[in-house]
Design a protein around this ligand. Sequence first.
Ligand code: NAD
Ligand code: DAU
Length: 340
Amino acid sequence: MKTILVTGGAGFIGNCFCKLLLKERPEWKVVNVDSLTYAANPSTIKEELKNPNYVFYKTDIRDREGIFNIFEKEHPNIVVNFAAESHVDRSIENPGIFLETNILGTQILMDACRKYGIERFHQVGTDEVYGDLPLDRPDLFFHEDTPIHTSSPYSTSKASADLLVLAYHRTYELPVTISRCSNNYGPYQFPEKLIPLMINNANHDKPLPVYGEGLNVRDWLYVEDHCRGILSVLEKGRVGEIYNLGGHNEKANIEIVKIILKELGKPESLITYVTDRKGHDQRYAIDPAKAMAELGWQPTIMFKDGIKLTIKWYQEHKDWLDECTSGEYLKYYKKMYGDR
Ligand code: NAD
Ligand code: DAU
């Protein structure tokens, strides 16, 4: 019996991780701490709330007292920190909250771990900390020792958090691990990110806003494969180590958009090229060899299958999408795309 505290467990990846734990580690208690920002649709966790092994606290990781109270009550053995401001475009508009949640929130969690004791603190990191690779060098990949070289306020806040996690390991001997993953896709992703945004727009016959020429490359991994990778790091990873997770599945954005349109039976005339993202990273490409060799982890869902599963899920959960895209989202959309 272990108690695992998952932060950001109402978000896209954190919720998938909680679902995986409840299914595959039924003897563990899962404590989800999430402040339910705009990125969390409360109905995402409605099934989990019925599970007796699952507890939910609506608490902000920046709230030191609130976090310490939860540790006092739950005594977690393991903490996995997913909670973050996660969207690059929002970080360009408003960097402050990214520094607060992603860096200071991480510090508060680790301070609680130091005070109450912990077997493992795991930080969910991103490949964006390595910066980008040129489009004309397909031979280059991100390795765990690739220098940190960030582009956006988002990636800089995530890199800062990673460095702080390593500092707490070195200075206070906190038993930490870090995973750095490539772009995730799958059910329950908030429709501000490329794939669900394009599906939602196509469903409504709205223009599909492709940044620049659509040639930027991302390395896509099905969300459940990411979550299995994190579980492998917890169970087999070495303390103090970083593990890159990715599936060698690089695609240009325009390819993804065309796949979505084809799958939905919508015309390519919906594609609209818009002003590029500021500081737009060209290409991400993870080398996951270390995780594969040391943890025996490897992706199980091929992109051609995963993207079909994903589109089907959004088609069958239009209510969930509608809940996400009312209210604040409309203002956001107008601001980001109105006269782009
Ligand atoms: P998300 O935006 O879908 O979810 C983030 C969750 O964190 C939400 O439920 C939100 O309510 C919660 N949250 C935000 N600020 C909080 C705070 N101050 N206190 C408590 N809860 C808070 O993000 P995601 O895509 O699921 O990403 C999860 C983690 O994985 C992030 O750390 C992100 O950097 C990392 N990551 C994401 C990807 C990706 O492709 N989405 C890839 C690699 C790494
Ligand atoms: O690589 C991991 C990262 O992947 C995570 O750390 C981030 O949390 C996650 O948001 C994601 O970052 P990206 O910036 O790569 O994802 P996003 O879905 O925002 O954009 C993917 C690509 O699509 C990127 O090149 C920008 C482009 N894009 C995005 C949107 C939202 C468009 O062309 N049009 C759009 O409307």
